[in-house]
Write a protein that binds this ligand. Structure first.
Ligand code: GLN
Length: 490
């Protein structure tokens, strides 16, 4: 079999479309790599070997018939355990759904298949997306390919470890409050959370519906642009935006420098998380590089951003408590008997959900309770509105806003598991864009001691994904951070 580099989706698709590579060879290479590496990192919780090989054979057959197998021809892709692919288990990292087989396919996953991509398996995650470390999973923790004693970030940590470990060039995750951007940053990847509604959520298991977005992880902005072709309206998701889908890949060529671009730089408010010195240094240098490429740095303030973490955790828990009410042991998933119907609900939910999910359901139920509703949930929705206005005001003076993605590089497995609030604070920089529904991208910009990746986050106005991808692409053509590989991969 030829040696196949699993780092670039664009290169793989180009070679498969031209006939220089067979999709079956690409996918066999990906599956062999999973076989070799996955037991060390636990990135994938299940490999779809048989269906993946069958899909690859169909791609090759289409090409032999002279048809175009599509812009993602033969590209192995992993999907987070909360995205549905008909006939396959989607467990959301939970005991509750350990045996749940998807009765239909998510719109975004179907569009991947329609473009010639091959889904090789499902990736580990914090249960129902609740976490920032991929430690809260019924499948056990995922390990960071850059340092296996550390977390890969979360909740799409399995997706990040799969791409960073070079099992596949692209993984699809979900980002409710940072779950694509933060693991991208901790695993030296480029990750994009699009505008809320840019990608259909049909077939994404709901966590907090007003915040949930499907997002993408890859090595570089060029591959993100290729993957983002699956965005766009969907009759099955009324929150999917009708806006036309730009030609993301072609648009990349329309910007080769950053002259005229105004980048807003937030003051040093880290939401109390404590900004790591290496993160500060690397992101400052990245801003200087962007400046050298022609951008102008302008100071920027979001006056309500210090309330973002509490606002987010209140709203996300409230919505989760309502969304997760469907797991009652009767209609879905794990079912335990009791003497009364209430007792069987309680038994099913106590056995099916892990501790963090139960904690969030309790908090969310409290926030929605009669008598507390306005003071807690109502207040959080008002603060969310203020934060939205902060962004509107800021974007009157700048085109993008830059900040670190995560205040810390990857932390040691187990080091924050007993302190949920410390874990929540780590999301201080990613939850603002989620609350405002704005697109945001994380890109590699340096390393802390011990070869731990650091990411720079860029946030844009609604539907400005093209600008984010172009700026990241210009940066990546002039820098090498995103090309660095973990030792085991070289
Ligand atoms: N860490 C955040 C949470 O626990 C964000 C997770 C996510 O984006 N799914 O809610």
């Amino acid at each position: 079999m030829p040696h196949i580099d699993l780092r670039s989706a664009a290169a793989i698709a180009g070679a498969v479309r031209s006939g220089a590579l067979c999709a079956t060879d690409v996918v066999a290479t990906a599956l062999a790599t999973v076989e070799r590496r996955n037991r060390h990192e636990n990135a994938l919780v299940e490999t779809f070997a048989a269906s993946a090989m069958a899909t690859a054979e169909r791609v090759d057959a289409a090409r032999r018939r002279g048809e175009d197998p599509g812009p993602l021809a033969g590209v192995p892709i992993a999907i987070k355990d909360n995205l549905l692919l008909r006939g396959h288990i989607a467990a959301c990292g939970s005991r509750m759904l350990a045996d749940f087989r998807a009765p239909y396919t998510a719109t975004v996953v179907q569009r991947l298949l329609d473009r010639g991509a091959v889904v090789i398996g499902r990736t580990n995650m914090d249960e129902f997306g609740m976490g920032s470390s991929t430690e809260h999973s019924a499948y056990g923790p995922t390990r960071n390919p850059w340092d296996r004693s550390r977390v890969p970030g979360g909740s799409s940590g399995g997706a990040a470890a799969a791409v960073a470990g070079e099992l596949c060039p692209i993984a699809f995750g979900s980002d409710t409050g940072g779950s694509v951007r933060q693991p991208a940053s901790m695993c030296n990847l480029t990750g994009l959370k699009p505008t809320y509604g840019r990608m259909s959520r049909y077939g994404l298991v709901a966590y907090a519906s007003s915040l949930d977005c499907i997002g993408v992880l890859a090595h570089d902005a060029a591959d993100l642009a290729l993957a983002l072709g699956v965005a766009g309206p969907d009759g099955r998701d009324t929150t999917a935006l009708d806006a036309p889908v730009p030609a993301y890949v072609a648009e990349l060529a329309n910007r080769t420098e950053l002259k005229g671009l105004r980048i807003g730089v937030l003051d040093d408010d880290d939401g109390g998380a404590g900004l790591d010195a290496a993160v500060k240094a690397a992101t400052t240098t990245a801003l200087q590089t962007l400046e050298a490429l022609g951008a102008r740095l302008v100071p920027c303030v979001l006056p309500h951003v210090r309330h973002a973490v509490s606002t987010y955790y209140l709203l996300a828990a409230a919505e989760a408590s309502s969304n997760l009410a469907r797991y009652d042991g009767v209609r879905f998933g794990l079912s335990r008997k009791g003497r009364t119907i209430d007792e069987s609900y309680a038994n099913s939910r106590s056995d099916g959900f892990g501790a963090e999910v139960q904690l969030r359901i309790l908090l969310g139920t409290h926030a929605l309770q009669h008598g507390y509703h306005d003071e807690l949930y109502g207040q959080a929705t008002r603060v969310r509105q203020l934060l939205r206005r902060d962004f509107d005001a800021a974007f009157a003076h700048c085109d993008l806003i830059a900040s670190p993605t995560s205040p810390l590089p990857a932390f040691a497995i187990g080091s924050k598991i007993d302190d949920p609030v410390a874990m929540y604070r780590c999301d201080a920089m990613t939850v603002p864009a989620s609350l405002a529904g704005l697109p945001a991208l994380s890109m590699p910009c340096g390393f802390a001691k011990g070869n731990l990746p650091i990411g720079l986050q860029l946030t844009a106005p609604a539907l400005a994904e093209v600008l984010l991808l172009q700026v990241a692409n210009v940066y990546q053509q002039r820098t090498d951070w995103h090309r660095q590989r973990p030792e085991e991969c070289t």
